[in-house]
Ligand binder design. Structure first.
Ligand code: PGA
Length: 253
């Protein structure tokens, strides 16, 4: 896949939902609802335990790509409960999230740790999706630009030009995640513009794919995808239901 693939990207972050049996049932239903289409990319981020079931159920549908939600910052060793980027690659994953706000908040993934993880993800040959976004308090305090700039620079300044060119991004306002509140398309467009200019300032690819995430659903996908600078979506809650995620992925068809 080329690095400047301009097709819209639909990504499903299942978080801690859909164990192996549920993942198999999901894929069985989803593939009936969603025929392969050459003009979109679809990527699933199941929990680790469901990776094998996902692959078994989607084996003859290479258009349904696999990613993982997190990796450890070390290559291997005595880290009980953790999974390395190279193990994820060996399992068949192509993508990995980094910096999701739930990791930042619940697991203490700070900018430095996220930068280390992105380095491992790239070294393993996976494609990182670097997630950034502000809390409501930060937005209301007028700190949107500062927060996005800090989160992006922390990672981008540690990477080579070649590695920077391999990043995909997700702008996810924390106040819109799992809340039912979605950024207005104009707010999403503004934030994507800020993300893009910061990427440029930090030596990244200004035209990189930037997903929007935060309460995306069938009812708002069209207007969000139409917002300038929005290249796709990262979907949580609405991605664990095959009907609603298939409807989202069929936007524009
Ligand atoms: P949500 O989650 O769609 O449930 O708001 C999005 C995300 O966290 O990626």
């Amino acid at each position: 896949m080329s690095e400047n693939d301009r097709r819209p990207m639909f990504a499903a972050n299942w978080k801690m939902h859909l164990g192996p049996a549920d993942a198999e049932a999901f894929v069985g239903r989803f593939r009936d609802l969603y025929a392969p289409r050459g003009d979109a990319r679809v990527v699933f981020f199941p929990p680790y335990l469901s990776v094998a079931a996902f692959l078994a159920a989607s084996g003859d549908r290479p258009d349904l790509e696999l990613g993982v939600q997190d990796v450890h910052q070390e290559e291997g060793g005595a880290h009980t409960g953790a999974v390395s980027a190279s193990m994820a690659a060996q399992s068949g994953a192509l993508w990995c999230l980094a910096g999701h706000s739930e990791r930042r908040r619940e697991f203490g993934d700070d900018d430095e740790l996220i930068a280390a993880k992105v380095g491992r993800i790239l070294a393993a040959g996976l494609r990182p999706v670097l997630c950034v976004g502000e809390t409501l308090g930060e937005r209301e305090a007028g700190r949107l630009e500062e927060v996005l700039s800090r989160q992006l620079a922390a990672v981008l300044t540690r990477l080579s030009d070649e590695d920077r060119a391999r990043l995909t991004y997700a702008y996810e306002p924390v106040w819109a995640i799992g809340t039912g509140r979605t950024a207005a398309p104009s707010d999403a467009a503004e934030a994507h513009g800020l993300v893009r200019s910061e990427i440029g300032r930090a030596g990244g690819v200004v035209g990189a794919t930037i997903l929007y995430g935060g309460s995306v659903k069938p009812g708002n996908i069209d207007e969000l995808l139409a917002a300038p600078g929005v290249d796709g979506v990262l979907v949580g809650g609405a991605s664990v239901d095959p009907e609603s995620f298939a409807a989202i992925c069929s936007s524009g068809r």
